[in-house]
Design a protein around this ligand. Structure first.
Ligand code: AMP
Length: 330
């Protein structure tokens, strides 16, 4: 079974990125890209409307493309498309695939169970949420993608894609390859305040890549660390961010030597925060300059999305033709 795409990944256009988004979601793609793998990236605006209004989602599309390019996704190597540019193909395949997986199987997906628990009332979760894994299967299978980089929480979704592909192939003929999850090292960046994960929903503990430099300094200044001689999860997470955002080896070495002194009982957390602040400000300043250059040139972003959409459209049309033939719709 032939693959059309080596690596497929989706990004949700749902607002400003945090340092954790960069380290956990964008950097692994950039690392794969530097190993010579060309990713096909899609802006998942259809997925995003499961819990956001479509007009809000639309506002974030150009911004997220600019974010990814400013952070290092190379549009010469990667194709980037907008999921809704192949709306018809995505929704048609979703409908045709949905009949191959039962409601009970979808209800067992842990991310859905979590959402239902958080919302407390199942009636608050709309039914597109139930179909989310089928929508994801449709993106992957339209592109006959070989590998999908996923974190721990997405593994169950990938299993639904594989299950659907196997069931389809068995019943209607070998159309789909069985895509593989490319398990990316799962990072857990903590909130600077120490309460849970760094997240957009808790802005005071999150470093946003759009924060101004004073805000970055203030947030790091009030971050919780550890008493002299001790290590804890919070400090480990701050080190991860500082070294992840560092542009040079000497900045990483400086962090290492401060932490060595800290472990020896020296009171160096002030110095650590100063170095952490400088590293974060450097990274963010550089990012914001690049991003605003990209945003100013909206026809550039437009042309990138057009190039990507041509690739996605070609893949999707071919796959859907095969599927319709197999199902005797043609
Ligand atoms: P979200 O902004 O919550 O939609 O997250 C998008 C992606 O960013 C996730 O799937 C993760 O890959 C990454 N991410 C978000 N928050 C964190 C975090 N605190 N630690 C590590 N990775 C994260």
């Amino acid at each position: 079974m032939k693959y059309k795409v080596d690596l497929l990944t989706g990004i949700r256009p749902t607002g400003n990125l945090t340092a954790a988004n960069y380290l956990g979601a964008v950097l692994p793609i950039i690392e794969l890209q530097s190993q010579g793998i060309s990713p096909l990236v899609f802006v998942s605006d259809i997925h995003a409307i499961t819990d956001k209004e479509p007009d809000i989602v639309k506002e974030h599309i150009y911004g997220i493309v600019a974010d990814y390019i400013a952070l290092g996704i190379d549009p010469q190597k990667a194709n980037i498309y907008l999921q809704s540019d192949i709306f018809g193909e995505v929704t048609t395949l979703t409908t045709l695939l949905a009949r191959l997986v039962s409601v009970a199987e979808l209800l067992r997906v842990p991310t859905l169970k979590d959402k239902l628990k958080k919302n407390a009332k199942p009636e608050m979760a709309n039914s597109l949420l139930l179909l989310y894994p089928v929508l994801m299967a449709s993106d992957i299978l339209l592109n006959k993608a070989k590998k999908i980089p996923v974190g721990e929480d997405q593994l169950a979704h990938m299993e639904i894609t594989r299950l659907i592909a196997r069931r389809f192939n068995k019943k209607y003929g070998e159309i789909f390859p069985i895509s593989q999850a490319l398990h990316i090292k799962s990072l857990r960046i903590l909130s600077l305040k120490g309460e849970g994960k760094m997240s957009k929903t808790n802005p005071s503990g999150a470093i946003f890549l759009t924060d101004d430099l004073k805000t970055v300094a203030r947030k790091i200044k009030t971050a919780e660390t550890a008493v002299e001689g001790e290590m804890n999860k919070k400090l480990e997470s701050h080190i991860l961010i500082a070294k992840g955002l560092a542009k040079t080896k000497s900045e990483c070495d400086e962090i290492d030597s401060i932490i060595k002194e800290h472990k020896n009982g020296k009171p160096v957390m002030g110095q650590f925060k100063q170095t952490f602040t400088l590293i974060a400000q450097n990274f963010i300043e550089d990012f914001q300059i690049k991003r605003s250059e990209i945003i100013r040139n909206s026809s550039y972003v437009q042309s990138i999305l057009e190039k990507g959409s041509q690739v996605a459209k070609r893949n999707a049309t071919e796959t859907l033709d095969d599927v319709k033939k197999a199902l005797k719709f043609n």
